[in-house]
Design a protein around this ligand. Structure first.
Ligand code: PEP
Ligand code: MG
Length: 754
């Protein structure tokens, strides 16, 4: 049974279009269950009726013509109740409705199961038989399982279908729902990024023409050489001669004399180009991964990367487009932060990612860069969108393809209003961030890429509360050298001096992979992340800390922050390494560097109960409410399926945040917060009420949060906090916040996300 089920799902998933998918379903299910009839009804939202979309057993002429409202017939009944209905004599049921066009009067037994996708009944799958008998339990379970598995496939096929048009037909407007990840509205054209080619899924195949295969392989090789040269040129003034040599080495690996020659040899033996390439690359990688020498081991990743680049040319004639037009919307199954570096900022208008959610790091970066973004569009047939005109609504989390003129005008109007709002906020930018009763709240900046420091300073940022150093590591093609890091950190530190800059040590792992250091884990968020990784790789940690210290020479405004701390031992070990680096630089090289203040992030729930112990070992705390929410609620911050459950306004999260503030004050330990909650106007008011001393947020949030804080009194913030801390649910909290914000006339600053 399991095998049959798997085969059906596979076949349906591979179907070209919705009709093919449906006909496979009715044919295969009827055969597997040995019934007389199998039919699929799908909900047509325009008519609000279940339409018979395909059948084997009923009159074929009824397909597309027969339909039932949810209040009609057994099919409507199944859809309405969202439960299976198993009857030995259907005509005897009070909800039975006789449809003469179908010719179903001869069938007595009826088993209908709802097809449910994202909590909505998408349709009903029905099997019928002439004889009067109840389908047994196993049959019912089989149909329920198959309907559940097919729901997502059908939903996907349905929306894909609405994007395909016959010649001469007008393309329909389609709205796709996802998750709002970075605010803003844009109208632009889609540029689809296909996933990187996968060497492991290439199959062996005997080629038809050796000459043709050699020709396409050499062409792909040439194209990749061109790409690498172009990247090398782009980076020429940013990297040293030594690193330029690395690019040369890369180019040599591709040479027809080395890797290239081996692939050609295999093609000559009759293998097709893709198979020959995959074979040669995988053999080298396997060998290199086993050698002792760590330099050579790292070359394995280089060779795999090169192999993928060549393969992507062989498979699709190219990978990432190199020319981008204005208002480009990057669309992909799982866009990675690395891509942000590939598209010129002035061309990039928005990001659309099938996977991920508003709490993913891509979303955080997009917010920091002010790029409207929608993620978690699980049903988006992204591969078909290339070149299409789209509206991206980063407030509602929607993408609309082929918008009609009316909708387009509405959005254009909205964009103008938004511009006016931004201008009015900018007018307040130079004013101090104080509450109406005179309490000062320092606002700090969260940054990762080269920060727009001029704007941040103009908005009154009092320093950097979180510099995510991993972003630079993610953009690179290997670990950045100490000197490279020094120059990047120096830029940051000097741009903000004498204000303090909090640099977090490398926080990779989880949803922040390094392309050149893949970590394969079953459960990456609970795995080798942040400080766990760097303590296991002291050479990486020490290089980074030394670079930070060197960069701070003469400025003395560096603070070091340790991510993912879950025990005091980690703090002690990290501090010992930091001290070692500091002493070596002072004594060994005579550098005059002030001792940096070192802090721990509170983002693993265990640390909630260890604040006094931490207070003896660190100079300050910074709360990472993004991960704290993820771990407290056991909701993967990157998983669109459970994104509804992720909220910084969950009463448990608020209780935790309040406790951290109380315990830190009791220990006289400075505490700030750098999670996304601090950048939401309502969140910032609550944190003010809790007593957080400073709030760190992305650039775009600074003026909004300042506008909110300037319009409240501390007393009001405390009263609001008391109210929400006694709430039982997120909905109640969000309700209170909504009322509070509109009573204060702050609704325009956009209320909190639920
Ligand atoms: C956090 O977890 O809240 C945080 C600030 O760090 P990151 O989002 O980079 O994990
Ligand atoms: Mg974190």
């Amino acid at each position: 049974m399991l095998d049959t089920l798997r085969k059906i799902v596979q076949e349906v998933s591979a179907a070209r279009d919705l009709q093919t998918a449906l006909s496979i379903i009715v044919r295969r299910v009827r055969k597997a269950m040995n019934t007389d009839v199998c039919s699929v009804y799908l909900m047509d939202h325009r008519q609000a009726r279940y339409v018979l979309m395909n059948t084997l057993g009923l009159n074929a002429s009824a397909i597309g013509r027969v339909s039932l409202a949810p209040s009609e017939g057994l099919v409507g009944y199944v859809g309405q109740r969202e439960e299976p209905l198993n009857l030995d004599d259907a005509p005897a049921h009070p909800r039975y409705c006789y449809l003469p066009e179908t010719g179903e009067e001869q069938y007595h037994s009826f088993l209908g199961v709802p097809i449910i996708h994202q909590r909505h009944a998408l349709g009903v799958l029905v099997v019928q038989q002439k004889i009067k008998r109840r389908f047994d339990e196993r049959e019912e379970a089989f149909l329920v399982t198959i309907a559940a598995q097919l729901a997502a496939v059908l939903a996907h096929a349905q929306v894909s279908g609405s994007l395909t048009v016959a010649p001469g037909e007008h393309q329909q407007m389609v709205r796709f729902d996802g998750l709002p990840a970075a605010p803003g509205v844009v109208i632009g054209r889609a540029r689809v990024i296909m996933p990187p080619a996968d060497l492991d899924s290439v199959q062996d195949r005997v080629c038809e023409s050796i000459e043709d295969e050699k020709r396409v392989f050499l062409a792909a090789l040439r194209a990749v050489r061109e790409d690498i040269r172009a990247v090398g040129l782009k980076l020429a003034n940013r990297v040293s001669a030594q690193e330029q040599a690395l690019f040369e080495a890369y180019l040599q690996m591709l040479d027809e004399e080395s890797l290239g020659a081996e692939v050609l040899k295999h093609i000559e033996e009759g293998q097709w180009a893709q198979g020959a390439l995959a074979f040669v690359v995988k053999r080298h990688v396997k060998y290199l991964e086993k050698v002792e020498d760590s330099y050579l081991r790292e070359r394995a990743a280089d060779i795999r990367d090169l192999g993928r680049r060549v393969l992507s040319y062989l498979q699709a004639g190219g990978d990432v487009p190199r020319e981008y037009e204005d208002n480009t919307l990057l669309v992909g199954e799982e866009l990675s932060p690395t891509l942000l570096g590939e598209v010129p900022r002035e061309k990039l208008a928005g990001l659309i990612s099938v996977k991920g959610s508003s709490n993913s790091h891509l979303a955080i970066l997009a917010r920091a860069m002010g790029i409207p973004t929608v993620m978690g569009l699980t049903d988006l047939p992204y591969a078909r969108l290339d070149g299409q005109l789209l509206i991206l609504d980063g407030y509602r989390g929607q993408v609309i393809s082929n918008p009609d003129d009316k909708l387009r005008r509405q959005y254009e109007l909205f964009m103008e209003e938004e511009k006016a709002l931004t201008e009015s906020l900018e007018a307040e930018a130079g004013l101090p961030c104080i509450t109406r009763d005179g309490h000062r709240v320092p606002l700090l900046l969260n940054t990762g890429l080269a920060a727009d420091h001029a704007r941040a300073l103009a908005y009154g940022a009092e320093g950097v509360g979180l510099y995510r150093t991993e972003v630079q590591f993610m953009m690179a093609e290997r670990f950045p050298s100490e000197q490279e890091q020094v120059s990047i950190y120096r830029q940051q530190l000097s741009a903000f001096a004498p204000r303090e800059v909090t640099m977090r040590t490398l926080d990779i792992g989880g949803d922040k992979p390094l392309p050149y250091f893949p970590i394969e884990e079953e459960n990456p968020c609970l795995g080798w992340r942040g400080i766990r990784f760097t303590l296991d790789h002291p050479e990486v940690f020490l290089t980074q800390v030394r670079a930070m210290l060197r960069a701070s020479e003469g400025l003395d405004n560096l603070r070091i922050l340790l991510p993912m701390i879950s025990s005091v031992r980690e703090v002690e070990e990290a501090r010992a390494l930091i001290r070692r680096a500091w002493v070596e630089l002072r004594q060994g090289e005579g550098l005059q560097i002030a001792k940096p203040r070192v802090g721990a992030m509170i983002e693993v729930p265990a640390t909630l109960f260890q604040i006094p112990a931490l207070a003896e070992r660190v100079d300050y705390l910074s709360v990472g409410s993004n991960d704290l929410t993820q771990y407290l609620l056991a909701v993967d911050r990157d998983n669109a399926r459970v994104a509804r459950l992720y909220s910084g306004y969950h009463p448990a999260v608020l209780q935790a945040l309040a406790k951290i503030a109380v315990d830190s004050h009791a220990c006289r330990l400075p505490v700030s917060i750098c999670g996304e909650l601090a950048g939401e106007p309502a969140g910032a008011i609550l944190l003010l009420g809790m007593g957080y001393q400073s709030l760190s947020m992305n650039l775009a949030s600074l003026p909004r949060v300042k506008a909110a804080i300037r319009r409240v009194r501390v007393e009001q913030a405390r009263e609001l906090l008391d109210k929400v801390l006694s709430c039982a649910s997120t909905d109640q909290v969000v309700g209170h916040l909504g009322v509070f914000m509109s009573e204060l006339g702050l609704g325009w600053l956009s209320g909190p996300k639920g």
